[in-house]
Structures are given as C-alpha cells and as structure tokens.
Design a protein around this ligand. Structure first.
Ligand SMILES: [Zn+2]
Length: 272
C-alpha cells in the first residue's frame, strides 16, 4: 500500500511538472515604423518604431505559440519591415521543427498574428468563435480555407466562445476590443504572472497607465476599455505581472534585437 501511494505521488508529480511552464520566449521577426495615431500612444509623435513578434510557451510536453507572425513576402514590403526573419527560422534557432508545435493560441485573425499558422501541421488552433466566423468571410481566409477544413476534420480547431482554461497556468480570455473576437492570454507561473495582450495594447507601459486603443485601431473602444481595467485589476492583485504585447519596441530598447531574434522572457528555475 505504501508503495502504491508513493508511486501515485510520483506519477502525479511528474504529470504536474510536465505541464508546468518551463520557458516563455519572445520571437521577433522584424521591426518598422508605424503611425502613432494607430497605437495606444499618449505623446505627440507622428510615428513610432514597433516590433513584429509572437511568443513561444514551453512546458515539459507542449510547445505552444501565441500567434504566429507571417511568411507572406508582400507584407514585408508593404509595411516596410526591416530585420525580417521567417517565424519558421526563428523556431529553428530555438531548436524546434514545425511539427513539434502542439498548440497555437490566436489572439485575433489579422495577417501578422495568424499568417504562419498553416506551417505547423500538428498544432491545435485556439480561436474565438466569432473571430473565426468573421475571418472565414474575409478575402484573407482564401489561402487558409483548405488548412482550416482539414484541421476541423481532425478536431484541431478549438473554438473559444468566451474563455478557455488551457491548463492550470494558462487561461485565454475574451477581450473583443481590437477585433470582434480578440482574446488575450493570462499566464500564472509559480513566481510570476504575464498577460499577452494581443493587439488590445501595442505599448505595454501606456496600457498599464490606462491608455487604450484609438477609435481607428479598435473594433469596440468600450470593450478595449474593459480590457484595460481588467489589466489594472490583475496588476493591483499581483504587482509582479508583466505585460507582453506583440509590437512593443521597449522590449529590446536597451539590448537591441538579438541576431537570432530570440528574447528570453521567463525560465523556470531548475528547468532541465
Ligand atoms: Zn498586430
């Protein structure tokens, strides 16, 4: 009996630790200037430098992307993106093949967030139900139609109505301020909390200061305001929360963009 209890203890411990977040990484695939009037900026600048990035969350048994960047060359020139690196190459720099990505959480369906999702054949895709319906009606969907058909046939499309509890550490919440079904990711590790905002915020500091999206960049300014309030609530509860956006140049303002495009955000102590 004692042995059984001990074995069960070991088993539950190993299941727990396998699911535990070991690493969060920002993958930067380029930078450009962008009109400040389309950002949650609170100064008089006309343009700002922004990053183009997405995130990788690694547990013992899953490689989870939050958004995917894009691979379509026409956007590199139309948005005048410099230092462009393909998202697939960035993952290779980390040591991951496309087949090793297990999950993709999409904050919304704009090209710079969803654009490489068809390169990861085994990944389950988590997207808000209304966001997907809207995306399916858009021109941009044509090149993804086949992929989404196959994924849904394989039950690899997880439609999120409002919120989704991915694991004890990772939750997906509806925000609906930037697009009809935009969502954000709340991560709680043992020592730190993170919010990956999607494009509800472009600039993290401003977001924490209560500066929301301008009309031109919002589907619903009031939903964006609700998100901003929720963020400050999370921050009040735990002032160790780190706000991670997909475009904020401040992330690398002091260090510059590393050659391999990889910025380590979090690593579990004693992670193998
Ligand atoms: Zn974006």
């Amino acid at each position: 009996m004692k042995f059984l209890v001990f074995t069960l203890f070991l088993l539950s411990y190993s299941i727990f630790s396998e699911g535990q977040i070991q690493k969060i990484t920002s993958l930067i695939y380029g930078k450009s200037t962008y009109p400040s009037e389309l950002l949650n900026a609170n100064d008089a600048t006309k343009t700002k430098t922004i990053l183009w990035s997405f995130y990788l969350i690694q547990t013992g048994n899953r490689n989870i992307l939050v958004d995917t960047g894009f691979m379509d060359k026409k956007y590199i020139s139309s948005f005048q993106i410099s230092n462009y690196k393909s998202p697939v190459l960035l993952l290779k720099n980390i040591g991951l093949e496309t087949s090793q990505i297990t999950d993709i959480i999409l904050t919304h369906s704009h090209f710079d967030h969803i654009g490489s999702s068809h390169f990861f054949p085994n990944a389950k895709i988590y997207i808000n139900t209304k966001e997907l319906e809207n995306f399916q009606k858009s021109d941009g969907f044509k090149q993804f139609a086949k992929v989404f058909e196959v994924r849904s046939f394989r039950n690899q499309i997880i439609k999120v109505d409002v919120n989704y509890y991915f694991s004890p550490e990772i939750s997906i919440y509806f925000s609906g301020g930037h697009t009809v079904g935009s969502q954000f990711v709340h991560i709680k590790t043992g020592t730190k909390e993170f919010v990956i905002t999607g494009d509800e915020c472009y600039l993290a500091r401003e977001c924490l200061d209560g500066v929301g999206l301008p009309n031109k960049a919002a589907y619903s300014v009031s939903n964006n305001k609700i998100f901003i309030d929720k963020l400050s609530e999370i921050q009040k509860k735990n002032n160790k929360v780190e706000v991670l956006t997909l475009h904020d140049f401040e992330l690398v303002r002091n260090s510059g963009i590393p050659k391999n495009g990889i910025v380590l955000i979090y690593e579990l102590e004693n992670a193998k």
